[in-house]
Design a binder for this molecule. Structure first.
Ligand SMILES: *Cc1c(COP(=O)(O)O)cnc(C)c1O
Length: 398
């Protein structure tokens, strides 16, 4: 009696009723655009910005059309020019090098460690190559942020954090997104809040905030945004900052506001699921669990494990066997980009130098989403299936 998992790895929870009601209200009003307001109403987008700024503790928050848009806007707001180099993680997803390429800058990839965080030694070695680091907290793994900031501060590197997977996470109690100059977040369907597409940028910097607000398409209505730097800052930037419309609309903001109120409780639910899978996998022969440091406040919306130094054929066999039993695993070692997953050398618009130590790790990373529609029982079953199949393939290998 081999058990088969019946759940759907792509099934998110429904939008909360409160969000649906707020969305209907926006639809009935006909006023969907960010600056389409009547009387003194602040509008859903500005309210959401204030609430997100309060949640992260940032002075300014800007709600935008996607996480990728937030990252590209961050790069422009700090003055990255075509041809400039931008350090970033080799282990990340396509929107990250994509945002860098969208401003005609050039990614310089930094390696990954067995803890699945950025390789700080490699970062230090490459620190003289660029003035900006787009740090991707990929799959919610946070590196030693004090050490990273010390390296970047010493080298005069401005840090932008990609928090697509760390909304709600922290290092030593200090929120991810609040270490660097700018934090960028995504509210794409598979992230920690769901508006289909969407994102945020947060910062404490007056000038960065003003530039980002003008970039996002404020025309000269920036005073209506949720969190607004002093007027004289706009006077300095408004004539030479282009309009590249991409702020969020009221409909998406309306469905996000109740989700933000529930975010911390949701993070706890993810972590409970994560710990069940982690416990179930620990001790599986041939499989390395990625141990999470005590300094890290995690959000376990996905889980990774390593099949280090396995052959391609054996990893493929594990994926196939698990898939046949209803468990969808993603592999970062595949030579061809597939689904959401790709490897740094697949981004051919971004030149890269081979990094053998990182390649060894990337070849071993297996990744799985943990949607909140899965129960704790489901998670225990998934772990049993993976454990069984990894164990069987490992035994046949040795
Ligand atoms: C989803 C994601 C983003 C942002 O993507 P958008 O789809 O543009 O919101 C950024 N970085 C990573 C690692 C992501 O997974």
């Amino acid at each position: 009696m081999t058990e088969v998992f019946k759940g759907e790895f792509t099934q998110q929870e429904p939008i909360p009723d409160e969000g649906i009601e707020a969305a209907l209200k926006v639809l009935k009003s006909g006023r969907l655009h960010r600056y389409n307001l009547v009387g003194g109403e602040p509008g859903e987008v500005s309210l959401l910005e204030r609430e997100f700024a309060a949640y992260t503790g940032a002075r300014y928050a800007l709600a935008v059309a996607s996480g990728g848009y937030a990252m590209a806007t961050a790069l422009r707001a700090i003055g990255v020019r075509p041809g400039d180099k931008v350090l970033t993680n080799a282990f990340t997803l396509a929107p990250v090098p994509g945002a860098i390429a969208s401003v005609c800058a050039v990614p310089v990839f930094v390696g990954v460690t067995e803890d699945l965080t950025i390789d700080l030694e490699d970062l230090a070695a490459k620190a003289d190559q660029a003035d900006v680091l787009m740090l991707s907290h990929m799959r919610s793994h946070i590196c030693d942020m004090e050490c990273l900031m010390a390296i970047c501060d010493a080298a005069g590197i401005t840090v932008i954090e990609d928090c697509a997977h760390t909304m709600g996470a922290a290092w030593k109690g200090h929120a991810s997104g609040r270490w660097g100059k700018i934090g960028c977040y995504s509210t794409q369907t598979y992230k920690h809040m769901n508006s289909g597409e969407g994102g945020f940028l947060v910062t404490d910097d007056d000038e960065v905030a003003a530039r980002a607000i003008v970039l996002s398409g404020s025309y000269m209505l920036y005073g209506r945004n949720g969190t607004v730097p002093p007027a004289e800052v706009f006077e300095r930037v408004k004539y030479d900052t282009p309009n590249v419309s991409g702020r969020m609309d009221h409909l998406r903001a309306a469905i996000l506001r109740p989700q933000l109120r529930a975010l911390d409780a949701q993070c706890e639910k993810w972590n409970a699921r994560y710990r069940v899978v982690e416990d179930g996998l620990r001790g599986t022969p041939g499989l390395r669990v990625v141990e999470r440091p005590a300094a890290e406040t995690i959000v376990g919306s996905s889980i990774q494990f390593l099949l280090l130094d396995w052959t391609e054929a054996a990893v493929s066999e594990v994926l196939k066997r698990c898939f046949d039993r209803g468990v969808e695993l993603k592999w970062f070692g595949g030579a061809e980009p597939s689904g959401f997953t790709s490897r740094y050398d697949s981004w051919r618009y971004a030149p890269s130098v081979r990094m053998p130590a990182s390649d060894r790790i990337l070849r071993g990373i297996v990744d799985m989403r943990l949607p909140l529609t899965f129960s704790l029982e489901d998670c225990a079953q998934i772990a049993r299936i993976i454990r069984g199949e990894v164990g069987a393939v490992f035994q046949a290998q040795t």
